[in-house]
Design a protein around this ligand. Structure first.
Ligand code: 9MR
Length: 451
């Protein structure tokens, strides 16, 4: 099919797609919730990255279609996939994903227009003026093809360096066009598809740090000068070296306060069991606590196809079974599970209030650390909880938040401050800062009791 015809037919179906999405969001009260329906109940989308090559696998597609309300093509819209040689656009794989999503009433995130990676070599060999033209042509080519069909585009991806400098990353765009390439990309994108939200997307910007400060300053500058930007994407790839930051919500909120939406765009958290579940809960709760957090996308359907497969970072295992992290996310979204599935949140319980407590160290420095204790209600709602934390003898706690401590030697007993009431399966937590005073040992968390 010629590109012109393809564009016309894509645009003509867009109205039908919007209607289908509304129907999908209105879930039935009797059926178990799904990630997408529970998130819709909170006014958010819940998406996943999708690979076109897996759409023929029945379990993959069944899980995708049942659970998710938005998809992001994992690789199929990148420059190397869509314009491998100058001026020749190929949309076959990306169209397959978009068509599938639309047939299921799902929204689509566009990922990504201008990025230093997965960039064909011809782009890097252009001189500045040609490169500028090629960048604009690429944006116009992709956004034109999908005009009216993409809820948010990652216009520029990963343009800042890691580490403490807050500097821009070297790339053909940065090196030849200078800082202004980002602004030029956003201005071009706005004209190409005025209905799409235009996002800047990056990683290691999830907490307040030098890199996120640099992005923050860019967004602030764009807003003050009228450069079109609507959203910031926080990739949120977490593991033990890069845990969910304790100031995640605060960071999302400061961006929202600049007048942009925030989106969690590539969420995955390495780990397993209740610790992984508790981390997922933190992320969902942070998004729900920020009005302008429009939605969340996990970076894949199943652990077996994750880019970090050995870290089992997703919500479904390699056999498409729901993991504890799935139950935790569904519960944090206010959803209830299938009454036949004993592990699911919202199942009828035995009438006994209960809770569990898990501990993670969320920050660490020479003389001290931050600890976070996550409290999760059992299969009945609870109105209060109590948990004891025993610190190594040398250590002392200098501050504690979201909880009320009383002390007996080195044992602190913590009760809620404002956060005692929890729905069945829901989580909250408290954090504290401790001085090591020569001991790096972890505290011991005792039994959680609830009523
Ligand atoms: O998940 C993607 C993987 O299949 C690709 O091989 C990789 C190539 O760079 O890109 C992965 O997705 C990345 C995303 O596009 C941008 N943020 C980081 C993601 C994980 O590397």
């Amino acid at each position: 099919m010629s590109m012109t015809l393809r564009r016309l037919s894509r645009a003509a179906t867009a109205g039908l797609v919007a209607a289908a999405a509304l129907t999908a969001a209105a879930h039935s009260a009797e059926a178990a919730d799904t990630l997408g329906s529970a998130a819709a109940g909170q006014g958010r989308y819940f998406g996943t990255a999708v690979a076109a090559s897996h759409l023929g696998e029945a379990d993959y597609t069944a899980t995708l279609d049942r659970e998710f309300s938005s998809v992001t093509p994992e690789n199929e819209m990148k420059w190397d996939a869509t314009e491998p040689s100058r001026g020749t656009f190929t949309f076959t794989s990306a169209d397959r994903i978009v068509d599938h999503a639309q047939s299921q009433g799902m929204d689509v995130r566009g990922h990504t227009l201008v990025w230093h990676s997965q960039l064909p070599s011809w782009v890097g060999s252009l001189g500045a003026s040609d490169l500028r033209t090629a960048m604009k042509d690429h944006i116009n080519g992709l956004m034109g093809h999908y005009k009216g069909e993409i809820h948010s585009w990652d216009v520029v991806n990963e343009a800042f360096q890691d580490g403490g400098s807050g500097a821009r990353r070297s790339s053909p765009f940065q090196d030849k066009l200078g800082d202004g390439f980002i602004e030029e990309a956003f201005r071009t994108a706005r004209a190409a598809d005025p209905a799409a939200k235009l996002c800047y997307n990056d990683y290691n910007t999830d907490g307040v740090n030098a890199k996120s400060n640099a992005v923050y300053n860019m967004v602030k500058d764009f807003k003050s000068r009228g450069v079109p930007i609507d959203c910031v994407g926080f990739q949120s790839h977490f593991n033990s070296n890069s845990p969910v930051p304790s100031d995640y919500r605060q960071n999302l909120q400061r961006f929202a306060d600049l007048g942009v939406d925030v989106q969690i765009t590539e969420l995955d958290i390495e780990g397993s069991g209740s610790a992984q579940a508790a981390d997922y809960t933190k992320v969902v709760e942070a998004c729900l606590a920020v009005d302008r957090c429009a939605g969340m996308t996990v970076w894949g359907v199943t652990d077996k196809y994750s880019w970090r497969s050995s870290g089992t970072p997703l919500l479904f295992d390699g056999n498409y079974q729901e993991k504890p992290a799935y139950d935790a996310v569904l519960s944090a979204l206010g959803g209830s599970g299938d009454p036949g599935d004993p592990g699911d949140p919202g199942d009828p319980g035995d009438g006994t209030a209960s809770c569990t407590a898990t501990y993670t160290r969320t920050a660490d420095w020479n003389s001290g650390y931050n600890g976070q204790v996550t409290i999760t209600a059992g299969d009945e709602p609870i109105s209060t909880w109590t948990v004891t934390v025993t610190l190594p003898a040398q250590q002392s706690v200098s501050s504690l938040w979201n909880g009320t401590p009383t002390w007996n030697g080195n044992v602190m007993t913590v009760k809620p401050s404002w956060n005692g009431t929890l729905a069945a399966g829901a989580s909250t937590g408290f954090g504290f800062t401790a001085a090591k005073n020569g001991s790096d040992a972890a505290p011991t968390v005792g039994t959680c009791t609830a009523s």
